[in-house]
Design a protein around this ligand. Structure first.
Ligand code: CP
Length: 308
């Protein structure tokens, strides 16, 4: 079975079967990164371009490693080193890169919709690596992969997402993916950070951390998106940590075997205390490991690969 789409832009547009196919394909690629020689010839001759207009450690590096482990040629372009600083439009920049015969372009941008705009004008496949407040589909896929790998299934689990839902593209993709795979999703955070009407997506909302965490199988913590916020969402970081930070005492309210996820980068002492972030329930580094396998699967499937 292969993927019947040119681009990966949102989880919203994906069918459950497509998500299942990507997660199954990632399972087979995870083993490649555990070998002494972490390389297979699968994408030899293909060209992958990382086009990042916002900072990134995990997403950019893991797409680069994913491409290289599949033997593709990988090129990294960042905003400060591209000719957009000289006034070239984003679309012209992308068209010029494509003129060098790129096959897959991975795009991160501060404005929602930029990857979709490029996808409409390019023959290359486009992967959304995070666009504004909109979506971050590959992060959601690696989160789903991590949950499924550890729990055996996503269906029927109580997953609590904590924090700045309003500004988090990770949350927007995670919610959609979790619901498609049959999880029960509960959101908790300061009232101004919970989008109005979000219950219509099929989630429930709480405002007290202790109440939400009770019985949770998985807790997904979100980074406070300080760069995307105006002021007035909460008084101080200290107050946020006091009301919504995950510490050992709050963790004890969750189900035995609870998993803690965070897309990173983490703010220690704000969203989570260090003992919890580094503890046995924490999947934070496991998510990063799985990110390479999931991104290998995306590149493989978009390049026409089939999982039989
Ligand atoms: N999770 C995530 O997108 O991390 P980076 O910003 O480091 O890529």
């Amino acid at each position: 079975m292969g993927l019947k789409r040119k681009d990966i832009l949102t989880i919203a547009e994906m069918e459950k079967e497509e998500i299942d196919l990507i997660l199954q394909t990632a399972e087979s690629f995870k083993e490649v990164s555990q070998r002494d020689i972490k390389k297979v010839p699968t994408l030899r001759g293909k060209t992958v371009v990382n086009l990042f207009f916002e900072p990134s450690t995990r997403t950019r590096t893991s797409f680069e490693l994913a491409g290289k482990r599949l033997s593709a040629d990988v090129v990294n372009i960042s905003a400060s080193s591209s000719s957009t600083v000289k006034g070239e439009t984003l679309l012209d920049t992308a068209r010029n890169i494509e003129a060098m015969q790129s096959d897959i372009m991975i795009v991160r941008h501060a404005s929602s919709g930029v990857p979709a705009l490029l996808a409409r004008h390019l023959k290359s496949s486009v992967i959304n690596a995070g666009d504004g407040l909109h979506e971050h589909p590959s992060q959601a896929l690696l989160d789903l992969f991590t949950i499924k790998e550890k729990k055996g299934t996503v269906e029927g689990l109580k997953v609590v997402i904590v924090g700045d839902i309003l500004h988090s593209r990770v949350a927007h993709s995670d919610i959609r993916g979790l619901l498609k795979l049959g999880a029960e999703v509960q959101l908790v955070g300061p009232p101004p950070m919970i989008p109005k009407g979000i219950e219509e997506w099929g989630v429930s909302v709480r405002y007290r951390m202790e109440e939400a965490i009770k019985g949770a199988d998985v807790i997904i913590l979100l980074r406070l998106q300080l760069e995307r916020q105006g002021c007035g969402y909460f008084p101080t970081l200290r107050e946020y940590a006091h009301l919504y930070g995950l510490n050992r005492s709050r963790l004890s309210l969750a189900e035995k075997g609870v998993l803690i996820l965070h897309p990173g980068p983490i703010n220690r002492g704000v969203e989570v205390t260090s003992d919890v972030a580094d503890g046995l329930s924490s999947m934070i580094l496991e998510q990063v490991t799985n990110g390479v396998a999931v991104r290998m699967a995306l590149l493989f499937l978009l390049a026409g690969g089939k999982n039989d």
